[in-house]
Design a protein around this ligand. Structure first.
Ligand SMILES: Cc1cc2nc3c(=O)[nH]c(=O)nc-3n(C[C@H](O)[C@H](O)[C@H](O)COP(=O)(O)OP(=O)(O)OC[C@H]3O[C@@H](n4cnc5c(N)ncnc54)[C@H](O)[C@@H]3O)c2cc1C
Length: 401
């Protein structure tokens, strides 16, 4: 049996950065991370777009807005301090339909409130900055701070720091049950005692929280994010990250370009139906019970059509085919042809929380504390960007308090 003051269940970026923040605040404490895979960050924290977001999108009253701007600065600093690959490329938001044109004003307003440097650009400026890119109506927004980082290198670097800071890491350790008030047990029967437990298990955070009688009104709906790669021979060059103006009712940003640090240009991610919480591609990861749960609640949203979910779902179904995807991407990149898209293995799964009582997807980060446990339930994008600041926020608001 192992005992520690703080026990973190789930070793992605959120669990890892919270552990570092706890070490900073409580230098004498014992801290351990339990991770079911054979290395930290095997899921969302390394299978994402790697974009360091500015925070322009978020409602100024949200937790996302509170932690994103500083989180992004800290993530950039972390890359620089450890010499990790980083592209300070900037982002341009463009309209892919006429309904989005008015959203530009709302986003500029949010940028102002969230203190994010952002500039409106017109057709001429867009042509000058990114000649291949189109915006319906001609308006766009330039956000200079948005960058592309290296999620795998970040995770590997943090892993070394955790070891240096005497934070114990148990890999291949899947938590299955809460055995008593201060104890959880793993699949192989090992027992772990704790003073305070933090559940940062991403796609299984609801399953773990339910063992603590927390969050029964929530369930994770796994949305798969699939990417296509733009062929090197396409002749299409983009100088910035190109994003569509998103539908702010949903926590998805739409198909965008990602100029990754390995020199490839990706387009994606989709928000496709996941047949399991770890169903990345093909048959691997399909889980019948998880698929049925997803079908039940996605179906419910489709019928109730909250926030226009039906339209979103239908669009996503069309994007599943290469033809549909290319058609969508062409709205931003008019010269893009079907045969310029090549399949890629890049895929990730969003740990998206659905509120069963309200019948809606939850947009903001969500944390619930009960007794000596804390559950991070909706660590969706931009949790990777925010992680260093989010961990401070969590320790201050939920643990110290
Ligand atoms: C397609 C996609 C693109 C994205 N793009 C961006 C982006 O560009 N920028 C950005 O800021 N964010 C992005 N995100 C979001 C970001 O990746 C996540 O918000 C972030 O990685 C969440 O980190 P996490 O630590 O909560 O989750 P994870 O990294 O998933 O970590 C959870 C860990 O818990 C472990 N675990 C689960 N169950 C158990 C158990 N029972 N016992 C022990 N361990 C367990 C898992 O194995 C996993 O390692 C993207 C996400 C996706 C899916």
């Amino acid at each position: 049996m192992y005992s520690s003051d703080f026990l973190i269940v789930g070793g992605g970026i959120v669990g890892a950065t919270i552990s570092l923040e706890l070490r900073r605040r409580y230098p004498e404490s014992t801290i351990a991370i339990l991770e079911k895979e054979n290395q930290l960050g095997s899921h969302s924290s390394t299978n994402n777009s790697g974009v360091i977001h500015s925070g322009i999108y978020y409602d100024p009253d949200s937790v996302k807005a509170r932690v994103c701007k500083i989180g992004a600065e800290k993530m950039i600093e972390f890359h620089e301090e450890h010499n990790l690959p980083l592209k300070k490329i900037g982002k341009i938001l463009v309209c892919t339909n006429h309904n989005q044109v008015n959203q530009i004003d709302l986003l500029l307003e949010r940028a102002k409130k969230n203190k994010i440097e952002a500039y409106e650009i017109d057709r001429e400026k867009l042509k000058e900055m990114d000649p291949e890119v189109n915006s319906v109506g001609g308006r766009g927004i330039y956000v200079p701070i948005t960058s592309v980082g290296a999620p795998k290198a970040v995770m590997d670097t943090i892993n070394k720091i955790l070891i240096d800071k005497k934070i114990k890491i148990f890999t291949n350790t899947e938590i299955k049950d809460k055995s008593s008030a201060n104890q959880v047990s793993s699949k192989d029967g090992s027992k772990f005692n704790y003073g305070f437990l933090i559940n940062t298990s991403g796609n299984y955070s609801d399953v773990i929280s339910n063992k603590f009688d927390v969050g029964q009104e929530y369930t994770i709906l796994p949305f798969r994010g699939l990417y296509w790669e733009l062929s090197k021979n396409s002749g299409i060059k983009v100088n910035h990250l190109i994003y569509p103006v998103p539908d702010l009712r949903f926590p998805f940003l739409g198909i965008h370009t990602t100029s990754s640090i390995d020199g490839k240009l990706y387009l994606g991610p989709t928000a496709s139906f996941g047949f399991g919480r770890e169903h990345y591609r093909g048959m691997k990861g399909i889980n019948l019970l998880e698929a049925l749960n997803n079908l039940k609640y996605s179906g419910m949203q489709f019928i109730k059509n909250h926030d226009g979910f039906r339209n979103l779902a239908l669009k996503e179904i069309l994007r599943l085919s290469k033809i549909g995807f290319a058609k969508e991407a062409r709205k931003m990149l008019p010269n893009l042809k079907y045969n310029m898209l090549i399949p890629s293995n890049k895929a990730g799964i969003r740990a998206q929380i659905f509120d069963k009582s309200k019948g809606r997807l939850v947009n903001d980060f969500l944390a619930v504390k009960r007794d000596n446990s804390l559950h991070i339930l909706n660590s969706i994008s931009p949790a990777w960007t925010c992680s260093f600041e989010m961990s401070k926020f969590i320790c201050r608001e939920y643990i110290e308090a």
